[in-house]
Design a binder for this molecule. Structure first.
Ligand code: IMP
Ligand code: MG
Length: 185
């Protein structure tokens, strides 16, 4: 059966084997960083974009952890323009005294990560760090420095491996650049 997603992809930016290799490297870095920490590790993935990254990453982290889901929206519907980020669903876990690692799919304007870090910092975690799979250095504000970064990428709108356009394409296994004629910016 022909894959109906492929015609919508302009070109593959990061193929699946390269993603897998880099996620494994990130897991080694993260595990090394937290291995001697006494306080528990709590991952806070930002939904929905970080779903697939999270699933692959945590299965390579040989440590006890809690996961607290948080849903934040900055791109609403069929648009690729960043809006002010809003917390749509807050996490229900208490993170006081915990080592918190925020996980997001991509750092673009930084609105999302800045909001989440500012919010979680008020809840007295022991440590508060962040990990993004992708970063667009052309747009990411220099004051926001995630502690773990998978790939720096060009300033293009990408989909796949959890990243969406209007909630589509999350299941595309590579990270690809969407054909510009298919989206409104
Ligand atoms: P920021 O708030 O502008 O940093 O954007 C972060 C959020 O916007 C990410 O969590 C993604 O959900 C979404 N986003 C930003 N850039 C892209 C992209 O190129 N493709 C798909 N989603 C994106
Ligand atoms: Mg997102």
């Amino acid at each position: 059966m022909a894959d109906p997603i492929l015609p919508d992809i302009d070109r593959v930016l990061i193929p699946r084997d390269r993603i897998a290799q880099r996620v494994a490297e990130l897991a080694v870095d993260i595990a090394g960083h937290y291995q001697h920490q006494e306080a528990g590790l709590t991952l806070v993935p930002i939904l929905s974009g970080s779903l697939i990254f999270l699933a692959d990453l945590i299965r390579q982290l040989p440590m006890k952890m809690k996961i607290g889901l948080m849903t934040v929206s900055s791109y609403t519907g069929a648009s690729t323009k960043g809006r002010p980020a809003v917390v749509l669903k807050d996490l229900t876990l208490d993170i006081e005294g915990q080592n918190v690692l925020v996980i997001d799919d991509i750092l673009d304007t930084g609105n999302t990560l800045r909001l989440v870090i500012r919010e979680l910092a008020t809840r007295c975690p022991n440590t508060l760090k962040s990990c993004v799979l992708l970063r667009k250095p052309a747009k990411a504000p220099p004051d926001l420095n995630p502690d773990f970064v998978g790939f720096d990428i060009e300033d293009a709108f990408v989909v796949g491996y959890g990243l969406d356009y209007d909630n589509h394409y999350r299941n595309y296994p590579d990270i690809g650049i969407l054909k510009p004629e298919l989206y409104r910016s």
